[in-house]
Design a protein around this ligand. Structure first.
Ligand SMILES: [Zn+2]
Length: 86
C-alpha cells in the first residue's frame, strides 16, 4: 500500500516512493510528483496511543489517550488500556 498526498506545488497526487525508518515511532517518506517533477521528504510520526499495546516495547513510551469511541466496546485491548488509566 502506497501513501498518497496532494502535491503542495501543483495539487496533483504524489506517491511515497521510498520510506526510511528514523525510530520506532517515526518514518521519513520521500514523495515524487509525476505531474510537475517535485520531490520532497515528509515525516510520519506516531503521536500517542488510542489503546495500549498487548506487547509493548520497553524503549517505546507513548501516552495512552483512549478515544471516546473506544470506551463503549469492550475487548482485550480497550480493557487493558482503561485499566492502566484508572
Ligand atoms: Zn506536482
Amino acid at each position: 500500500m502506497t501513501m498518497r498526498i496532494d502535491c503542495p506545488c501543483c495539487g496533483g497526487d504524489i506517491d511515497a516512493r521510498h520510506t526510511e525508518s528514523m525510530s520506532h515511532t517515526m518514518r521519513r517518506m520521500y514523495f515524487v510528483c509525476d505531474d510537475c517533477g517535485y520531490r520532497t521528504p515528509a515525516g510520519f510520526e506516531i503521536l500517542f496511543s488510542l489503546s495500549a499495546s498487548a506487547k509493548p516495547r520497553a524503549d517505546v513510551v507513548l501516552e495512552v489517550r483512549p478515544s471516546p469511541m473506544l470506551r463503549g466496546g469492550v475487548n482485550a485491548r480497550t480493557t487493558v488500556a482503561l485499566a492502566r488509566t484508572v
